[in-house]
Design a protein around this ligand. Structure first.
Ligand code: ADP
Length: 507
């Protein structure tokens, strides 16, 4: 038995390290105890197998972490490599000791292995909560599926949206545009990608747009909306409502703008048309007021002239001229009154004066009024007798006169005009039927609009396009309805219905 005398820890340790490879005091393991060949080699081969495996695993791990640099927690892998290598080395040492009893080296190796093992355990313990929070492969796949679906939905929205959409670089270059936008502006999607938003923004709108973009890049605002004009490929202007927001990358730097652009052109056109209509109304109202006084004095002068001429002998030659002048003044008066009525309707000042009367009276008076206009046409009345109605007789007469004048005006050939009056479930319906030029079906819904005239015929017939508008308003105030049926080239029927009994409220 070999005896090693202890000489104090420090001296022991110094001696241990100075002679770390010493085998002096220990026999080879073959010589220690009673080994049979089978037992010894079983021990040695098993140790070598463990060592071989423990040596190979770190290589595989090394390959793994050098190839997949995206792996989380790479440092723990290095610890695993060291720990497994060292464990392997202790098994190799155990096998070698059968011939080379370097027990000091073996002890040191075990100590280093133990230390690295404990350190690995500690490191593993530290990162365990984070590892547990890592997404599983199923979760990652699910997320990827979600993302794929969201991307597909986005690309569908992008492709099929009726709203123009674009992704724009922070410098203003179009990264991608959807078909709607390229359609609106007349550029192909490819052509748009060679443009910046500055290139196609109308100069008057560019400053305000750039100001918003600067504020967004500076982080002062997160999005903005702007009604602006774009320059189309053909050079014309296109109104769009732009809603723009900025996307940032993972470092918080501006990545790209998302622009959504709605087509404002129809509403802009509508606004412009309403504005033009308003100005037209104002102008015509002023003109009508201005014309009233001169017409009244011309009328008065003609009356005086008529009386004076009756007393002189020049009466014969000039009387017809005065009659023509009077007729024209009457027409002018109608015109001015119609224009004043439009102004009254616009300002809600058109009032009714209600009375009860028979419909024949209304028809007779209207026929009388158009007597001179009708020329060689027959106006035939096919009405029920003694139908009483309540309403504003003069205003309803105005409606009927307008329908009759139109029937005469728009029937150039010698054809009859029929007036029908019939009772219908508490209503009286008056129709004026002509066999004139007729109206195309697509125009019929517009007939009662202010200033509407059928373009194809408007050059051949004088008129302002306000008679039917006023008529419709008067009928509406009687709580009635007005309408037209017509066939191009065959004639038209215009009708209005009003309640025969008094209504509580009239607007
Ligand atoms: P206008 O002074 O132009 O006749 P109206 O408001 O009375 O104005 O009529 C509007 C338009 O409707 C006319 O310009 C004409 O084109 C069409 N219209 C009205 N009545 C008839 C009709 N009996 N036959 C054919 N077209 C008609």
């Amino acid at each position: 038995m070999i005896e090693i005398k202890g000489q104090g820890t420090f001296t022991d340790a110094a001696e241990f390290f100075s002679d770390i490879f010493s085998t002096q005091y220990w026999p080879a393991r073959w010589n220690c105890g009673k080994w049979t060949d089978f037992h010894g080699w079983l021990y040695i081969i098993s140790d070598l197998m463990i060592w071989a495996a423990y040596f190979a695993i770190p290589f595989l791990l090394f390959r793994l972490i050098t190839k997949r640099t995206d792996f989380p927690f790479p440092k723990i892998f290095w610890l695993f490599i060291a720990f497994i290598l060292l464990c392997g080395a202790t098994h190799l040492m155990d096998a070698v000791i059968f011939w080379w009893p370097a027990y000091r080296l073996s002890a040191l190796l075990r100590f280093v292995t133990g230390t690295v093992s404990l350190f690995t355990v500690y490191a593993l313990y530290k990162i365990l909560p984070m590892v547990l929070n890592l997404r599983t492969a199923a979760q990652v796949e699910e997320e990827a599926e979600h993302r794929r679906r969201a991307e597909k939905q986005f690309s569908n929205v992008f492709a099929f949206s009726a709203v123009g959409m674009a992704l724009v670089s922070p410098e203003g270059k179009f990264i991608s545009v959807n078909p709607a936008l390229s359609n609106f502006l007349g550029y192909s999607e490819q052509e748009m990608q060679n443009l910046t938003f500055q290139d196609i923004t109308y100069i008057d709108d560019l400053d305000v747009d750039l100001q918003y973009v600067r504020e967004m890049l500076d982080g002062k605002i997160v999005s903005y909306q702007l009604e602006k004009r774009y320059i189309k490929k053909d050079g014309s202007l296109w109104w769009g409502l732009l809603a723009c927001s900025l996307m940032k990358d993972h470092e918080g730097k501006p990545d790209f703008f998302i622009a959504q652009i709605a087509d404002l052109n129809n509403s802009k056109k509508l606004k412009d048309a309403l504005e033009v209509m308003k100005r037209k109304d104002e102008f015509l109202s002023i003109a009508a007021h201005e014309l009233k006084t001169p017409i009244t004095s011309v009328k008065g002068a003609l009356q005086i002239l008529d009386v004076q001429l009756s007393k002189s002998d020049q009466e014969k030659g000039t009387k017809p001229l005065i009659s023509i002048a009077n007729k024209q003044v009457k027409k002018l008066t109608w015109l001015v009154n119609d224009l004043l009525d439009v102004a009254r309707i616009q300002s809600g000042r058109l009032a009714l004066s209600i009375s009860t009367f028979k419909i024949e009276e209304l028809v007779n008076e209207a026929m009388e009024q158009v007597f001179h206009e009708r020329k060689d046409k027959n106006i035939v009345y096919q009405g029920e007798q003694s139908i009483e109605v309540e309403g504003d007789k003069l205003r309803l007469e105005q409606v009927l006169v307008n329908l009759l004048s139109n029937a005469i005006k728009y029937s150039p050939a010698k054809t009859d005009i029929i007036i029908k009056a019939e009772r219908m479930e508490g209503q009286i319906r008056v129709s004026v039927i002509d066999f004139g030029i007729g109206i195309a079906s697509e125009k019929i819904p517009h007939l009662f609009e202010r200033y509407f005239r059928v373009e194809s015929t408007s050059q051949n017939f004088s008129g302002l396009g306000i008679g039917l508008y006023i008529s419709a308003e008067i009928v509406r105030m009687h709580k009635g309805s007005i309408g037209a049926e017509s066939r191009l080239g065959e004639g038209s029927t215009f009708y209005f219905s009003i309640p025969t009994r008094s209504q509580d409220e009239r607007t």
